[in-house]
Design a protein around this ligand. Structure first.
Ligand SMILES: [Zn+2]
Length: 285
């Protein structure tokens, strides 16, 4: 384990929680301010009994985003599910990760009820250099849902999570990373571990919308704050589609509309003919 250079300040990390529903926010803020749980036992980040302390579900994203494997690459991730652990409040979340090089596969455990993210690392990882803007965003090649085809099939979730015009950009980049399928072959030992862990998980679901725990927090965030912009653009798109449909319907049923269009077309063709013949005339001179 090594010390991180920096992260957002404790105050900033508490501010990140503003959009979290009050009931969960209270539990997060009043949680243990620590790098490791007081009851921690086993390997940090990998044992269920020693999960990585973070501030809420988005804290998981922000922490995972900053991890770099020994290749120096970032991670693709999804949440396998959650499970209760004796002596730990709430559930712990279990994520499967693989680096963008397809080499390093892992299973990492998180505990979201802390006012700030831990400043320590699971063995084998380093933090990316802290960036005052990008290190605070939750844009990621990951999801907190379970994706049975992991590491493929994340595009719609990435787009939904990021939204706006950045969503498709991120998912295209992700598609580029996972295009070479042969590179993403999980070792047998990792597959065994996933199967073993999966059998003990709660909220081990394949259908979106049935997740347990803090899924409601994520959904709340989708319809509040930054995602409201996405909803507004969806509404605008709907309004545009309705207007286009109406125009099409009117022009289809309105014979005058067709007549007007035909006369415009004829005038344009005549103009084009005039220009073309004058060009030819010039050419002869
Ligand atoms: Zn790697």
């Amino acid at each position: 384990m090594s010390r991180t250079p920096q992260d957002a300040s404790r105050e900033e990390q508490i501010k990140e929680l503003e959009e979290v529903p009050e009931a969960i926010r209270v539990q997060i803020i009043s949680g243990e301010d620590c790098d490791q749980l007081a009851t921690a036992c086993g390997e940090f980040g990998r044992a269920h009994t020693n999960p990585i302390p973070v501030n809420g579900a988005w804290g998981e994203f922000r922490y995972l985003n900053r991890l770099r494997c020994s290749c120096g690459a970032g991670l693709i991730f999804h949440r396998l599910g959650s499970l209760p652990v004796d002596g730990i409040f709430g559930n712990i979340d279990v994520f499967e990760t693989v680096c963008l090089q397809g080499k390093h596969w892992d299973i990492l455990c998180f505990h979201i009820y802390h006012p700030r993210r831990t400043s320590i690392l699971p063995a084998g990882y380093s933090f990316s250099d802290f960036h005052p803007v990008f290190s605070k965003t939750t844009w990621a090649y990951g999801t907190n849902r379970r994706v049975s085809t992991f590491p493929w099939g994340l595009s719609p979730l990435i787009e939904m999570h990021i939204g706006g015009t950045l969503g498709p950009k991120f998912s295209r980049k992700y598609e580029g990373f996972v295009r070479d399928r042969a590179r993403f072959r999980a070792p047998g030992s990792h597959i065994d571990r996933v199967n073993q862990v999966a059998s003990s998980l709660r909220g081990y679901v394949t259908e979106p919308g049935t997740e347990l725990n803090h899924a409601s927090e994520i959904k709340q965030n989708f319809v509040s704050g930054k995602d409201s912009a996405k909803l507004t653009s969806q509404k605008q798109a709907l309004v545009r589609a309705v207007i286009h449909g109406a125009i099409l319907a009117i022009s289809f049923f309105n014979p005058f509309g067709i007549l007007i269009k035909l006369s415009i077309l004829i005038v344009l063709l005549l103009l084009f003919g005039m220009v073309a013949s004058s060009e030819r005339f010039k050419g002869k001179l």
